[in-house]
Write a protein that binds this ligand. Structure first.
Ligand code: ATP
Length: 309
C-alpha cells in the first residue's frame, strides 16, 4: 500500500490571451501549491478500481473518466504492463470543480502512487510528460512549489520564492465548469468591443512585480500584484461570489481573488493568526459553504507512507 499526498493550487496570476485557432488560450499562469490537499492510496488489486471519501465525494466520478484511473492506465501503457492492477482510494479535501485543480492533483498523485506500487522508478521527466498528456494542470501538481506555466499551462518553470504565505479558501456550493468560464471570458471581451482572438488580445506574460513579491516573501506586495483574468467571467456566471470576496476583505484579508476558474475564492492573509480569523469569519458569513485556512508553498505529489523494503 502506498499513500501519496498532493497539493491544490491557486493561481496568483492567471493571464489569459486570446482564443487560438485550435480553440485553446495562451496563458501566463503562476501556480502556487497550498497545503490543502488530497491523499491517494494505491493498493494491489485486480484491474483499476476507485473509491473516494470526503465532503464532495458524491461529485467525483468513479469510472474510467476519473483522472486518477486515467493516470494509472497511462503509466501502465507507457511501461507496456498488459494487466495493471491497482485500487486507488482518494481521500478528497480539495473542492470539486472549484478552480483548485483537484482532479489534476489526483491524476498526479496516482502517477506517483502507481509508480511506487509497481516498482517502476519512472524518471520525473517522463512522469511530467505523462502528466501533460492527462491535462494542462497535472504537471504542476507533480512539481508543487511556485511555477510559471506557459502555453496551455503545461510548460513549467519553477520560480524562486521565500518564506511561507498564509491563505484562506472559501468553498462555494456547487462547482463551475472551466470551459464555461473561458467561454464567458471570451463573451465579455467580445461584448466590450476588445475582441477575443489572439489578434485582439496581447499575449500575456508574467508580472515582474508579482515575481519580485514571491522571491522576497512579501505578502503585502504579493497582495497588490495578484490578478486573475477569469475573475470577471466567474463572477458574471456566479454573481454571489462578489459577496464572498467582499466578506473576506472586510474580515481583514490583504487581497481577495477568485481561484482559477472559481467558484472557490482565495484570500491572502498577513500571517497565520489573520488567516484563522478570516476563515472563522467567512464560515459564519453566509457567503460560502465553508472556509479553510492554509499555507504554502508546499511540494508536489509525494509518497507519505509506503511499506518498508
Ligand atoms: P481546474 O482548476 O483544473 O480547472 P477544477 O478544480 O475546477 O479544475 P476539478 O475538481 O478538477 O475542477 O473537477 C472538474 C471535473 O473533473 C469534475 O466535475 C469531475 O467530473 C471530473 N473529475 C475527474 N477526475 C476527478 C477527480 N479525481 N476529482 C475530482 N473531479 C474529477
Amino acid at each position: 500500500m502506498v499513500t501519496v499526498r498532493v497539493p491544490a493550487k491557486v493561481n496568483v496570476q492567471l493571464g489569459v490571451g486570446g482564443v487560438r485557432p485550435d480553440g485553446y488560450h495562451d496563458l501566463a499562469n503562476v501556480f502556487f501549491a497550498v497545503a490543502l490537499g488530497d491523499e491517494v492510496t494505491a493498493t494491489a488489486a485486480d484491474g483499476v478500481t476507485l473509491t473516494c471519501t470526503g465532503p464532495d465525494a458524491d461529485a467525483v466520478p468513479l469510472d474510467g473518466t476519473n483522472l486518477a484511473a486515467r493516470a494509472a492506465r497511462l503509466l501502465a501503457a507507457h511501461h507496456g504492463l498488459a494487466d495493471p492492477g491497482v485500487h486507488l482510494h482518494i481521500a478528497k479535501a480539495i473542492p470539486v470543480a472549484g478552480g483548485m485543480a483537484g482532479g489534476s492533483a489526483d491524476g498526479a498523485a496516482a502517477l506517483v502512487a502507481c509508480d511506487a506500487l509497481w516498482g517502476l522508478d519512472t524518471p520525473l521527466e517522463t512522469l511530467l510528460e505523462l502528466a501533460a498528456e492527462l491535462g494542462s494542470d497535472v504537471p504542476f501538481a507533480l512539481l508543487g512549489g511556485v511555477a510559471l506555466g506557459r502555453g496551455r499551462g503545461e510548460i513549467l518553470e519553477a520560480l524562486p520564492v521565500s518564506g511561507t504565505f498564509h491563505w484562506v479558501f472559501a468553498v462555494a456550493d456547487g462547482g463551475l465548469s472551466t470551459p464555461a468560464v473561458f467561454r464567458e471570458c471570451d463573451r465579455i471581451r467580445e461584448e466590450s468591443g476588445t475582441g477575443a482572438t489572439i489578434d485582439d488580445v496581447p499575449t500575456p506574460d508574467a508580472d515582474p512585480a508579482l515575481l519580485a513579491a514571491l522571491a522576497d516573501g512579501d505578502p503585502v506586495a504579493l497582495a497588490d500584484a495578484l490578478s486573475n483574468d477569469l475573475q470577471a467571467a466567474a463572477v458574471s456566471l456566479r454573481p454571489s461570489l462578489a459577496d464572498t470576496l467582499h466578506a473576506g476583505t472586510e474580515a481583514g484579508a490583504l487581497a481577495a481573488l477568485v481561484s482559477g476558474s472559481g467558484p472557490t475564492c482565495a484570500f491572502l492573509a498577513k500571517d497565520a493568526d489573520a488567516a484563522a480569523h478570516i476563515a472563522a469569519t467567512l464560515r459564519t458569513s453566509g457567503t460560502c459553504r465553508t472556509a479553510h485556512a492554509t499555507y504554502g508553498p508546499v511540494p508536489g505529489a509525494r509518497v507519505v507512507s509506503a511499506p518498508t523494503p
